[in-house]
Design a protein around this ligand. Structure first.
Ligand code: ADP
Length: 397
């Protein structure tokens, strides 16, 4: 221990040894070759870390940065051992020389361990050729992706156009059909009036049937016309669903009383929506919930809204006849009905309307049901609705 303390106290001391020139028999040539070579190595070992440092300061995001720093220290200290070897020819600071060699040894082994440790990581680094190949691969994938995307956009535009054409056709056809149906109905009514006394019972039944059929046709045509109108001249506004539901109940008062239906609605939110369409949606679902009741059972209907992160989810449950699993998608298709009009009056348009209205709001509609126990119709309305007129997003509350 005394030796160690003495070593550090006399670290720069030179009294114990002669300068190296006087130690042994150096010729001038031999001595200077030694000195110049050591200084040359030190000079290079001093400049290399500077160049690495310069590189590090200019190049951002380099991997394995700690290895670079260790290399800088390693090269600097190696250089320092050569520098001290050269000056020892005049200044025999052998203690300082030993200390520098000791530090150099430590740093050298730290570098060895670090290199062993990072070798697997370093092997994963890509060469520039590998980078280029990867880049080319990604460019190819990106190109293919953009082409596929363009194709999808193009196809969906064509689909949209075809849908519009189809809707227009349905609208014009149903509009034009209104007139002949009206005429037939009027003529049948005149016929019924004029032949009241002369027609046989059987013939009179036929006239009644014909009138009922034209009435049904009129309803179908009106339904089609309404379907085509959904979303036309629309404008988003804040809708208080509580108020909206109240006004639907008022309109359905007679039906509710007739069926003795019990309807419970939880507090509903104020949302951004297309008011006329939203009203029609609630009305259709509530009317269905009352209409498709189990015979002899008091209809019980509940209306709820759940606040999800980016949408409102509404549900309208009933204790009616329910729907079999296999029909859960079919019922949303226009004119698709599961019952004869004798069993349940209707046109098969209501749920198609609902689906179209929900799609207009960018939401979803679906049903869960147990036959003979009841159904729950769910629909979601996003809190951000893309307004088709302005292509802007509007926040819903
Ligand atoms: P409509 O009521 O005129 O028949 P909808 O499009 O409203 O037409 O409904 C389509 C079909 O879906 C109905 O005929 C009925 O079979 C079924 N449906 C709709 N709502 C309910 C309900 N709440 N419970 C049971 N079945 C239903």
């Amino acid at each position: 221990m005394d030796q160690v303390i003495d070593f550090f106290i006399r670290l720069l001391g030179t009294e114990s040894w002669p300068p190296r020139w006087h130690c042994g028999a150096w010729t001038d040539f031999h001595g200077w070759l030694y000195i110049i070579s050591d200084l040359g190595i030190w000079g290079a070992y001093f400049i290399i870390p500077l160049l690495i440092f310069n590189f590090l300061s200019k190049k951002e995001g380099l991997p394995l940065l700690r290895v670079f720093w260790l290399f800088i220290a390693f090269i600097l200290f190696c250089g320092l051992t050569h520098f001290i070897d050269a000056i020892i020819f005049w200044w025999p600071a052998y203690r300082l020389s030993a200390l520098i060699r000791f530090v150099t040894a430590m740093i050298s082994w730290a570098t060895v361990f670090m290199l062993i440790k990072i070798l697997p990581e370093a092997l994963k680094l890509k060469t520039s050729a590998e980078f280029e190949a990867e880049l080319l691969r990604r460019e190819k994938i990106e190109k293919e992706f953009l082409e596929a995307q363009a194709l999808i956009v193009n196809n969906s535009k064509q689909l949209e156009l075809k849908n519009k054409e189809l809707e227009q056709f349905a609208f014009i056809a149903s509009h034009d059909l209104q007139e002949p149906v009206r005429t037939v109905t009027s003529l049948m009514k005149i016929l019924q009036e004029e032949t009241k006394e002369t027609l046989t019972d059987e013939a009179s039944q036929y006239v009644d049937l014909a009138l009922q059929t034209t009435e049904r046709m009129k309803n179908l045509i009106n339904g089609l016309l309404d379907y085509g109108r959904i979303g036309k001249d629309r404008a988003l506004s804040n809708v208080d669903c509580d108020e909206l539901i109240k006004s639907v109940f008022e309109d359905l008062q007679v039906k509710i009383k007739e069926t003795n239906a019990r309807i419970e609605a939880e507090k509903l939110p104020e949302i951004l929506a297309y008011p006329t369409e939203l009203r029609l949606l609630f009305q259709n679902l509530i009317v269905n919930a009352i209409k498709f009741m189990n015979p002899g059972v008091q209809p019980k209907i509940s209306i709820k809204a759940v606040n999800r992160i980016d949408e409102w989810e509404f549900k309208i449950s009933d204790n009616g006849i329910g729907i079999e699993d296999r029909f859960k998608d079919k019922i949303f298709i226009i004119f698709q009905r599961l019952h004869s009009k004798k069993a349940f009056e209707g046109t098969g348009i209501g749920l198609a309307h609902c689906k179209k209205i929900i799609e207009l709001h960018g939401g979803r509609i679906w049903v869960e049901s147990i036959p003979n126990e009841g159904s729950t119709f769910f629909f979601s309305i996003p809190k951000l609705i893309a307004n088709g007129n302005s292509n802007q997003l509007h926040p819903a509350h």
